[in-house]
Design a protein around this ligand. Structure first.
Ligand SMILES: N[C@@H](CCC(=O)N[C@@H](CS)C(=O)NCC(=O)O)C(=O)O
Length: 214
């Protein structure tokens, strides 16, 4: 099984699929395709990814001659492939919640995603402060995210108990809130610290740091 990902510092959708593979210790080979310039003729990233799949984006998973693209489809595929691993929570109610919040992440929060692109190693506190005061949409996105996080079963735990696909989907948001230092309440800070302390998240962040120092 090969997982194609983009730069660890920048690629939030790649991070989600990679975290699921890593956190659950799934057998996979990472293929890192670095983003290249905007010039399409020289864009080796697009060329490489389009050869694999028409949409030309990461993440993409290759398994048994199948290409699965799009982070949520990849996670669903992995959950089917490894049914004993509880990639989604075992409890049906929690599983429904985890799927709902992952789908919401996948389809919403346009303002946060467009105004605050992930850049794990950058200190963007200054930009964050300006965006926070100028954008009501950004504040609404963060408010909704905090509402979702506040409904987790235990304050000291993950979104649906144990680490699941839902946490992988919100991990890049944790990184954004940290880099841009957007103001969040103490319950959200606690969840952010729980996510940031997860070994798979730590490994991804180390990879992002290595990319930006080499
Ligand atoms: N909805 C897709 C989004 C994939 C996506 O936009 N990936 C970005 C990197 S995070 C990408 O490949 N961008 C390169 C491009 O658009 O050319 C998913 O969930 O996988």
């Amino acid at each position: 099984m090969r997982l194609y990902i983009g730069n660890k510092n920048l690629s939030s959708w790649s991070m989600r699929a990679w975290l699921v593979c890593t956190a659950f210790d799934l057998p996979f080979e990472e293929v890192l395709v670095r983003f290249s310039g905007l010039d399409l003729a020289e864009n080796t990233f697009t060329q490489t990814m389009q050869k694999l799949n028409g949409n030309g984006k990461v993440p993409a998973l290759v398994h048994d001659d199948r290409v699965i693209w799009d982070s949520l489809a990849i996670c669903e595929y992995l959950a089917e492939l490894f049914p004993d691993q509880a990639l989604w929570p075992e409890d049906r109610g929690l599983r429904a919640r985890a799927r709902s919040m992952s789908a919401e992440m996948h389809s919403s929060f346009v303002s946060l995603r467009s105004k605050c692109p992930m850049n794990i190693t950058a200190d963007l506190a200054h930009e964050g402060q300006a965006l926070w005061s100028s954008s009501a949409e950004l504040r609404q996105d963060v408010q909704r995210i905090e509402q979702i996080w506040a409904e987790r079963p235990q304050l000291e735990g993950f979104l649906c108990g144990n680490f699941s696909i839902a946490d992988a989907f919100y991990a890049p948001v944790v990184c954004r809130l940290k880099s841009y230092q957007l103001p969040v309440n103490s319950s959200s800070v606690q969840y952010m610290n729980t996510v940031l302390a997860h070994p798979a998240v730590q490994l991804w962040i180390q990879g992002a740091m290595a990319e930006t120092t080499t």
